[in-house]
Ligand binder design. Sequence first.
Ligand code: SF4
Length: 370
Amino acid sequence: MKSEMDNFKFRNKKTAERIVKKINEADVEMSFMHVCGTHQDTLVRFGLEQMLNEAGITIRQGPGCPVCVTTPREIEEVLVLAREGITITAYGDMINVPGEKSSLSKARREGAKVKVVYSVDDAVKIAKKIAEPVVFMSVGFETTTPSIASMIKKGAPQNFFILPCHRLVPPALKAIMEMGEIKLDGLIEPGHVSTIIGMEPYIPLSKKYGIPQVIAGFEPLDLLMGIYMLIRQVKEGRADVENEYTRVVRREGNPKALQVMYEVFEPVDIQWRGFPTIPGSGLKIREKYIDHDAREEFKDILEPLKEKDFGERKGCLCGEVLRALKEPEDCPLFGKRCTPKNPMGPCMVSREGGCNIRYRFSPHPVGESA
Ligand code: SF4
Protein backbone atom coordinates (compact mmCIF):
# COMPACT_ATOMS: atom_id res chain seq x y z
CA MET A 1 0.00 0.00 0.00
CA LYS A 2 1.34 3.46 -0.89
CA SER A 3 1.78 5.98 1.89
CA GLU A 4 1.28 9.71 1.52
CA MET A 5 5.03 10.13 1.20
CA ASP A 6 5.20 7.95 -1.92
CA ASN A 7 3.37 10.64 -3.86
CA PHE A 8 5.92 13.33 -3.09
CA LYS A 9 8.40 14.59 -5.58
CA PHE A 10 11.13 14.81 -3.07
CA ARG A 11 12.51 18.17 -4.06
CA ASN A 12 9.29 19.90 -4.97
CA LYS A 13 9.60 23.52 -3.87
CA LYS A 14 5.88 24.12 -3.50
CA THR A 15 5.46 21.07 -1.28
CA ALA A 16 8.49 22.16 0.76
CA GLU A 17 6.95 25.59 1.25
CA ARG A 18 3.69 24.01 2.37
CA ILE A 19 5.48 21.90 5.01
CA VAL A 20 7.54 24.87 6.20
CA LYS A 21 4.33 26.90 6.47
CA LYS A 22 2.86 24.18 8.69
CA ILE A 23 6.03 24.17 10.79
CA ASN A 24 5.76 27.96 11.11
CA GLU A 25 2.11 27.72 12.07
CA ALA A 26 3.03 25.29 14.82
CA ASP A 27 4.68 28.31 16.50
CA VAL A 28 7.18 26.32 18.53
CA GLU A 29 10.80 26.54 19.57
CA MET A 30 12.36 23.09 19.45
CA SER A 31 15.70 21.43 19.09
CA PHE A 32 16.20 18.14 17.25
CA MET A 33 19.27 16.03 16.60
CA HIS A 34 20.18 13.82 13.68
CA VAL A 35 23.12 11.42 13.49
CA CYS A 36 23.76 11.31 9.79
CA GLY A 37 26.20 13.12 7.50
CA THR A 38 23.80 12.83 4.57
CA HIS A 39 21.04 14.50 6.59
CA GLN A 40 23.44 17.32 7.41
CA ASP A 41 24.42 17.64 3.77
CA THR A 42 20.77 17.97 2.75
CA LEU A 43 20.03 20.48 5.51
CA VAL A 44 22.90 22.75 4.55
CA ARG A 45 22.99 22.19 0.75
CA PHE A 46 19.30 23.05 0.29
CA GLY A 47 19.24 25.91 2.79
CA LEU A 48 16.81 24.08 5.08
CA GLU A 49 18.90 24.84 8.14
CA GLN A 50 18.29 28.56 7.89
CA MET A 51 14.65 28.13 6.89
CA LEU A 52 14.06 25.98 9.95
CA ASN A 53 15.96 28.32 12.26
CA GLU A 54 13.66 31.12 11.19
CA ALA A 55 10.73 28.85 12.08
CA GLY A 56 12.11 28.26 15.60
CA ILE A 57 13.63 24.85 14.90
CA THR A 58 17.27 24.13 15.65
CA ILE A 59 18.80 21.01 14.15
CA ARG A 60 22.01 19.64 15.62
CA GLN A 61 24.30 17.10 14.04
CA GLY A 62 25.40 14.37 16.42
CA PRO A 63 28.02 11.66 15.90
CA GLY A 64 26.72 10.55 12.51
CA CYS A 65 29.86 10.31 10.44
CA PRO A 66 31.66 6.96 10.74
CA VAL A 67 35.01 8.41 9.71
CA CYS A 68 34.68 11.26 12.21
CA VAL A 69 33.89 9.07 15.23
CA THR A 70 36.95 6.88 14.66
CA THR A 71 39.23 7.58 17.59
CA PRO A 72 42.77 8.95 17.59
CA ARG A 73 43.87 5.56 18.98
CA GLU A 74 42.44 3.71 15.96
CA ILE A 75 44.28 6.10 13.65
CA GLU A 76 47.52 5.42 15.50
CA GLU A 77 46.91 1.66 15.29
CA VAL A 78 46.67 1.70 11.52
CA LEU A 79 49.64 4.05 11.23
CA VAL A 80 51.80 1.72 13.31
CA LEU A 81 50.86 -1.19 11.04
CA ALA A 82 51.61 0.91 7.93
CA ARG A 83 55.02 1.87 9.29
CA GLU A 84 55.78 -1.82 9.84
CA GLY A 85 55.46 -2.33 6.08
CA ILE A 86 52.06 -4.02 6.17
CA THR A 87 49.81 -3.21 3.21
CA ILE A 88 46.90 -1.06 4.40
CA THR A 89 43.64 -0.67 2.51
CA ALA A 90 41.17 2.02 3.51
CA TYR A 91 38.41 4.24 2.16
CA GLY A 92 39.56 7.51 0.58
CA ASP A 93 38.40 9.75 3.43
CA MET A 94 40.10 7.61 5.99
CA ILE A 95 43.59 8.06 4.65
CA ASN A 96 43.43 11.82 5.20
CA VAL A 97 42.33 11.73 8.82
CA PRO A 98 45.15 13.24 10.83
CA GLY A 99 46.62 11.28 13.69
CA GLU A 100 48.79 12.96 16.31
CA LYS A 101 51.60 13.64 13.88
CA SER A 102 50.81 11.85 10.64
CA SER A 103 48.09 10.36 8.48
CA LEU A 104 47.90 7.38 6.14
CA SER A 105 48.32 9.67 3.14
CA LYS A 106 51.46 11.18 4.67
CA ALA A 107 52.75 7.71 5.52
CA ARG A 108 52.14 6.73 1.87
CA ARG A 109 54.20 9.67 0.66
CA GLU A 110 56.94 8.43 2.95
CA GLY A 111 56.83 4.98 1.38
CA ALA A 112 54.17 3.04 3.31
CA LYS A 113 51.99 0.66 1.29
CA VAL A 114 48.59 2.37 1.59
CA LYS A 115 45.89 1.72 -0.99
CA VAL A 116 42.53 3.43 -1.34
CA VAL A 117 39.61 1.07 -1.91
CA TYR A 118 35.94 1.64 -2.58
CA SER A 119 34.72 -1.54 -0.93
CA VAL A 120 35.88 -4.49 1.09
CA ASP A 121 35.80 -6.54 -2.12
CA ASP A 122 38.50 -4.29 -3.58
CA ALA A 123 40.62 -4.92 -0.49
CA VAL A 124 40.15 -8.67 -0.82
CA LYS A 125 41.17 -8.51 -4.49
CA ILE A 126 44.41 -6.86 -3.45
CA ALA A 127 45.01 -9.58 -0.86
CA LYS A 128 44.45 -12.24 -3.52
CA LYS A 129 47.07 -10.64 -5.76
CA ILE A 130 49.89 -10.33 -3.25
CA ALA A 131 51.42 -13.00 -1.04
CA GLU A 132 51.68 -10.82 2.04
CA PRO A 133 49.34 -9.56 4.77
CA VAL A 134 46.73 -6.98 3.79
CA VAL A 135 44.81 -5.04 6.44
CA PHE A 136 41.49 -3.36 5.72
CA MET A 137 40.64 -0.47 8.05
CA SER A 138 36.99 -1.25 8.46
CA VAL A 139 34.86 1.72 9.53
CA GLY A 140 31.12 2.13 9.31
CA PHE A 141 27.76 1.86 10.99
CA GLU A 142 25.19 -0.91 10.63
CA THR A 143 24.68 0.04 6.98
CA THR A 144 28.02 -1.24 5.72
CA THR A 145 29.07 -3.78 8.34
CA PRO A 146 26.90 -6.66 7.04
CA SER A 147 28.79 -6.66 3.72
CA ILE A 148 32.11 -6.95 5.59
CA ALA A 149 30.70 -9.77 7.69
CA SER A 150 29.36 -11.53 4.63
CA MET A 151 32.73 -11.40 2.92
CA ILE A 152 34.51 -12.85 5.98
CA LYS A 153 31.87 -15.54 6.38
CA LYS A 154 32.10 -16.74 2.82
CA GLY A 155 35.86 -17.11 3.16
CA ALA A 156 38.47 -14.39 2.81
CA PRO A 157 42.05 -15.20 1.85
CA GLN A 158 44.29 -16.20 4.77
CA ASN A 159 46.44 -13.08 4.33
CA PHE A 160 43.44 -10.77 4.68
CA PHE A 161 42.74 -9.04 8.01
CA ILE A 162 40.39 -6.36 9.13
CA LEU A 163 40.98 -3.70 11.75
CA PRO A 164 37.41 -3.38 13.07
CA CYS A 165 36.45 0.23 13.79
CA HIS A 166 32.70 -0.30 13.48
CA ARG A 167 30.11 1.55 15.49
CA LEU A 168 26.46 0.87 16.33
CA VAL A 169 24.03 3.78 16.35
CA PRO A 170 21.39 2.94 19.03
CA PRO A 171 23.89 2.65 21.93
CA ALA A 172 25.33 6.06 20.98
CA LEU A 173 21.86 7.60 21.01
CA LYS A 174 21.34 6.11 24.46
CA ALA A 175 24.65 7.59 25.60
CA ILE A 176 23.62 11.03 24.32
CA MET A 177 20.35 10.82 26.24
CA GLU A 178 22.14 9.60 29.39
CA MET A 179 24.77 12.33 29.20
CA GLY A 180 22.04 14.96 28.88
CA GLU A 181 24.46 17.65 27.74
CA ILE A 182 21.99 19.28 25.39
CA LYS A 183 18.26 19.73 25.54
CA LEU A 184 16.60 17.79 22.74
CA ASP A 185 12.92 17.60 21.81
CA GLY A 186 13.33 14.77 19.32
CA LEU A 187 15.64 12.60 17.25
CA ILE A 188 15.77 12.27 13.48
CA GLU A 189 16.99 8.74 12.83
CA PRO A 190 19.16 7.81 9.87
CA GLY A 191 17.37 6.18 6.95
CA HIS A 192 20.18 3.95 5.75
CA VAL A 193 21.07 2.51 9.19
CA SER A 194 17.36 1.96 9.79
CA THR A 195 17.13 -0.01 6.54
CA ILE A 196 19.23 -2.63 8.32
CA ILE A 197 18.13 -2.35 11.97
CA GLY A 198 14.47 -1.45 11.41
CA MET A 199 12.39 0.43 13.99
CA GLU A 200 12.54 -1.79 17.06
CA PRO A 201 16.00 -0.78 18.43
CA TYR A 202 14.82 2.83 18.83
CA ILE A 203 11.74 1.99 20.87
CA PRO A 204 13.45 1.63 24.29
CA LEU A 205 14.83 5.16 23.90
CA SER A 206 11.39 6.67 23.44
CA LYS A 207 10.03 4.62 26.32
CA LYS A 208 12.84 5.39 28.78
CA TYR A 209 13.59 9.03 27.92
CA GLY A 210 10.23 10.13 26.53
CA ILE A 211 11.89 11.29 23.32
CA PRO A 212 9.99 11.35 20.02
CA GLN A 213 11.83 9.79 17.07
CA VAL A 214 11.26 9.80 13.33
CA ILE A 215 13.23 7.78 10.79
CA ALA A 216 13.77 10.05 7.81
CA GLY A 217 15.08 9.73 4.26
CA PHE A 218 17.61 12.06 2.69
CA GLU A 219 15.75 14.26 0.27
CA PRO A 220 14.72 17.76 1.39
CA LEU A 221 11.06 16.79 1.64
CA ASP A 222 11.94 13.69 3.65
CA LEU A 223 13.68 15.81 6.23
CA LEU A 224 11.07 18.53 6.35
CA MET A 225 8.31 15.95 6.71
CA GLY A 226 10.32 14.10 9.39
CA ILE A 227 10.71 17.34 11.33
CA TYR A 228 7.03 18.14 10.98
CA MET A 229 6.21 14.65 12.28
CA LEU A 230 8.45 15.27 15.31
CA ILE A 231 6.78 18.60 16.03
CA ARG A 232 3.39 16.91 15.79
CA GLN A 233 4.47 14.27 18.29
CA VAL A 234 5.72 16.85 20.77
CA LYS A 235 2.55 18.93 20.46
CA GLU A 236 0.40 15.86 20.97
CA GLY A 237 2.47 14.77 23.97
CA ARG A 238 3.64 11.57 22.31
CA ALA A 239 7.05 9.92 22.31
CA ASP A 240 6.83 7.31 19.56
CA VAL A 241 9.08 5.91 16.86
CA GLU A 242 7.63 6.88 13.49
CA ASN A 243 8.85 6.09 10.02
CA GLU A 244 8.82 8.79 7.37
CA TYR A 245 11.04 6.70 5.06
CA THR A 246 8.46 4.00 4.43
CA ARG A 247 9.50 3.59 0.79
CA VAL A 248 12.75 2.00 2.01
CA VAL A 249 12.68 1.18 5.74
CA ARG A 250 10.68 -1.78 6.98
CA ARG A 251 9.71 -2.19 10.61
CA GLU A 252 11.83 -5.34 10.94
CA GLY A 253 14.78 -3.90 8.98
CA ASN A 254 16.85 -6.47 7.16
CA PRO A 255 16.97 -9.59 9.37
CA LYS A 256 19.33 -11.46 7.01
CA ALA A 257 21.89 -8.65 7.09
CA LEU A 258 21.63 -8.46 10.88
CA GLN A 259 22.04 -12.21 11.17
CA VAL A 260 25.26 -12.30 9.19
CA MET A 261 26.58 -9.22 11.00
CA TYR A 262 26.07 -10.81 14.43
CA GLU A 263 27.34 -14.18 13.24
CA VAL A 264 30.75 -12.67 12.48
CA PHE A 265 30.86 -9.82 14.99
CA GLU A 266 29.84 -9.38 18.61
CA PRO A 267 29.12 -6.11 20.45
CA VAL A 268 31.90 -4.59 22.48
CA ASP A 269 32.29 -1.48 24.61
CA ILE A 270 34.15 1.14 22.64
CA GLN A 271 35.05 4.82 22.67
CA TRP A 272 33.81 7.23 20.04
CA ARG A 273 35.77 10.36 19.25
CA GLY A 274 34.69 12.98 21.77
CA PHE A 275 32.76 10.47 23.87
CA PRO A 276 33.69 8.23 26.75
CA THR A 277 33.43 4.48 26.27
CA ILE A 278 29.89 3.65 25.16
CA PRO A 279 28.72 0.21 26.29
CA GLY A 280 27.96 -2.22 23.45
CA SER A 281 28.51 0.38 20.73
CA GLY A 282 31.33 -1.32 18.82
CA LEU A 283 31.84 -4.68 17.14
CA LYS A 284 34.68 -7.14 17.47
CA ILE A 285 35.30 -10.28 15.46
CA ARG A 286 33.98 -13.44 17.05
CA GLU A 287 36.40 -16.22 18.03
CA LYS A 288 35.34 -18.34 15.06
CA TYR A 289 36.71 -15.74 12.61
CA ILE A 290 39.60 -14.48 14.72
CA ASP A 291 42.11 -15.51 12.03
CA HIS A 292 41.04 -12.39 10.13
CA ASP A 293 41.38 -10.00 13.06
CA ALA A 294 44.30 -7.59 12.58
CA ARG A 295 44.37 -6.81 16.31
CA GLU A 296 44.95 -10.49 17.02
CA GLU A 297 47.38 -11.16 14.17
CA PHE A 298 49.52 -8.11 14.89
CA LYS A 299 49.07 -7.87 18.64
CA ASP A 300 52.82 -7.69 19.24
CA ILE A 301 53.04 -4.60 17.04
CA LEU A 302 49.95 -2.98 18.55
CA GLU A 303 50.63 -3.91 22.19
CA PRO A 304 52.81 -0.82 23.02
CA LEU A 305 49.93 1.50 22.03
CA LYS A 306 47.79 0.16 24.89
CA GLU A 307 49.73 2.17 27.46
CA LYS A 308 49.51 5.46 25.58
CA ASP A 309 46.91 8.23 25.51
CA PHE A 310 45.99 9.87 22.23
CA GLY A 311 43.99 13.03 21.75
CA GLU A 312 42.85 15.55 19.18
CA ARG A 313 45.25 17.78 17.30
CA LYS A 314 45.84 20.93 19.32
CA GLY A 315 42.90 23.30 18.99
CA CYS A 316 40.62 20.86 17.14
CA LEU A 317 37.10 20.77 18.57
CA CYS A 318 35.88 17.69 16.69
CA GLY A 319 34.93 16.02 19.97
CA GLU A 320 32.61 18.90 20.91
CA VAL A 321 31.27 19.16 17.35
CA LEU A 322 30.40 15.46 17.40
CA ARG A 323 28.63 15.86 20.74
CA ALA A 324 26.73 18.80 19.20
CA LEU A 325 28.06 21.13 21.88
CA LYS A 326 29.83 23.32 19.33
CA GLU A 327 29.19 24.39 15.77
CA PRO A 328 32.06 24.10 13.27
CA GLU A 329 32.33 27.90 13.16
CA ASP A 330 33.01 27.91 16.91
CA CYS A 331 36.36 26.28 16.22
CA PRO A 332 39.05 28.95 15.84
CA LEU A 333 40.76 26.82 13.20
CA PHE A 334 37.67 26.53 10.96
CA GLY A 335 38.39 27.83 7.48
CA LYS A 336 41.73 29.23 8.57
CA ARG A 337 44.26 26.59 9.53
CA CYS A 338 41.70 23.85 8.92
CA THR A 339 40.19 23.41 5.45
CA PRO A 340 39.33 20.35 3.34
CA LYS A 341 42.72 20.67 1.67
CA ASN A 342 44.51 20.89 4.99
CA PRO A 343 42.25 19.19 7.55
CA MET A 344 43.18 19.31 11.21
CA GLY A 345 40.43 16.91 12.26
CA PRO A 346 38.22 14.21 10.76
CA CYS A 347 35.13 16.44 10.72
CA MET A 348 36.85 18.50 8.02
CA VAL A 349 38.13 15.43 6.13
CA SER A 350 34.98 13.47 5.55
CA ARG A 351 32.28 14.74 3.21
CA GLU A 352 29.88 13.52 5.93
CA GLY A 353 31.67 15.59 8.58
CA GLY A 354 29.98 18.68 9.99
CA CYS A 355 32.98 20.97 9.41
CA ASN A 356 33.49 19.80 5.83
CA ILE A 357 29.82 20.26 4.96
CA ARG A 358 29.62 23.72 6.55
CA TYR A 359 32.82 24.74 4.76
CA ARG A 360 31.67 23.51 1.35
CA PHE A 361 28.40 25.41 1.49
CA SER A 362 29.54 28.58 3.25
CA PRO A 363 31.30 31.64 1.97
CA HIS A 364 34.92 30.94 2.83
CA PRO A 365 36.82 33.12 5.22
CA VAL A 366 40.02 32.31 3.34
CA GLY A 367 40.67 32.12 -0.37
CA GLU A 368 40.51 28.34 -0.80
CA SER A 369 37.72 26.89 -2.90
CA ALA A 370 35.79 23.97 -1.43
S1 SF4 B 1 37.32 23.05 11.97
FE1 SF4 B 1 38.94 21.51 11.82
S2 SF4 B 1 40.06 21.68 13.70
FE2 SF4 B 1 38.09 22.68 14.02
S3 SF4 B 1 36.74 21.10 14.83
FE3 SF4 B 1 36.49 21.09 12.65
S4 SF4 B 1 37.95 19.55 11.95
FE4 SF4 B 1 38.55 20.05 14.02
